[in-house]
Ligand binder design. Structure first.
Ligand SMILES: NC(=O)c1ccc[n+]([C@@H]2O[C@H](COP(=O)([O-])OP(=O)(O)OC[C@H]3O[C@@H](n4cnc5c(N)ncnc54)[C@H](OP(=O)(O)O)[C@@H]3O)[C@@H](O)[C@H]2O)c1
Length: 245
């Protein structure tokens, strides 16, 4: 299937490993020109080489102004922005009583304000071209809160409201915005969080973790020309783990 995004210019955040890198790789595979960003330059350069991205630059979503600076730089290098995939590392774990004010502020900057800044920066060009795809990588926790992930549960549910609300405003310009909600997917993050994968799998009807390849393909489809009628949606990829409708 031709997804119709050859030579489209794509920016992918949090793309030196895991889910962001998988979406970036799938976009490169479809012929898009891709800029990737994350904090560690070494990891970024390795990822750029491995997946064949066209541009890479450091960005820290937790720092005010960093996401906007990356966006402007990547747009200059690529000659515009047709697709943006907004992603970052997950916020720290903690029950409500354990979360500090500093962690809330940091989480809000990383997950929320960076998202707003990136969208504000790319929208004028997308509107002018009457075409755009905005993807937010959030979490299945946005629909079904996960114990101890208070910051993620709260802010990411809010992002779904933001995306749905914005989808109405930008649809007339041929721009879509959708949220991708991963369930447990086999990335570095799971290993770093010290999650017992065998225990997790017991709660996934599919009997396994998700793969980055599957997630990348979902991202590429939602970023495609063919997905132009899908907007404001929150798409869960979790092997059937959620119970709600
Ligand atoms: N994997 C899962 O099962 C799962 C499930 C639900 C939700 N999620 C969510 O999906 C997102 C991606 O998860 P993942 O599993 O792909 O994690 P990962 O393998 O740890 O990758 C995270 C990527 O984001 C970058 N990053 C981290 N903090 C950043 C920051 N402040 N600014 C810019 N880039 C940053 C990392 O590179 P640097 O460290 O070099 O910056 C890396 O490239 C997370 O928000 C996570 O909460 C994942």
């Amino acid at each position: 299937m031709d997804l119709g995004i050859k030579n489209k210019k794509a920016l992918v955040f949090g793309a030196s490993s895991g889910l962001g890198k998988a979406v970036a790789q799938a976009l490169v595979h479809e012929g898009a020109r891709v800029a990737i960003g994350a904090r560690s330059e070494g990891k970024l350069l390795a990822a750029k080489e491995q997946i064949g991205a066209h541009v890479c630059a450091t960005v820290d979503m937790s720092q005010v102004g960093s996401a906007k600076t990356f966006t402007l730089h990547a747009m200059e290098q690529l000659g515009g922005a047709d697709i943006v995939v907004i992603n970052t590392g997950g916020p720290p774990k903690g029950a409500f009583s354990a979360v500090t004010t500093e962690q809330w502020v940091d989480g809000f900057q990383s997950l929320w304000m960076s998202t707003v800044d990136v969208i504000n920066t790319v929208l004028p060009t997308m509107k002018q071209h009457k075409w755009g795809r905005i993807l937010l990588i959030t979490s299945a926790a946005a629909k079904e809160p996960i114990p101890e992930l208070t910051i993620s549960n709260g802010l990411r549910a809010g992002l779904l409201g933001l995306a749905r609300s914005l989808s109405h405003e930008i649809a007339p310009y041929g721009i879509t915005i959708n949220s991708l909600l991963p369930g447990h997917t086999d990335t570095e993050r799971l290993t770093n969080l010290g999650i017992d994968k065998t225990k997790i799998i017991e709660h996934i009807p599919a009997g396994r973790l998700g793969t980055t390849r599957e997630f990348g393909a979902l991202g590429a489809f939602l970023a495609s020309d063919l997905a132009g009628f899908i907007t404001g949606q929150a798409i869960v990829a979790d092997g059937g783990a959620q119970h709600g409708i």
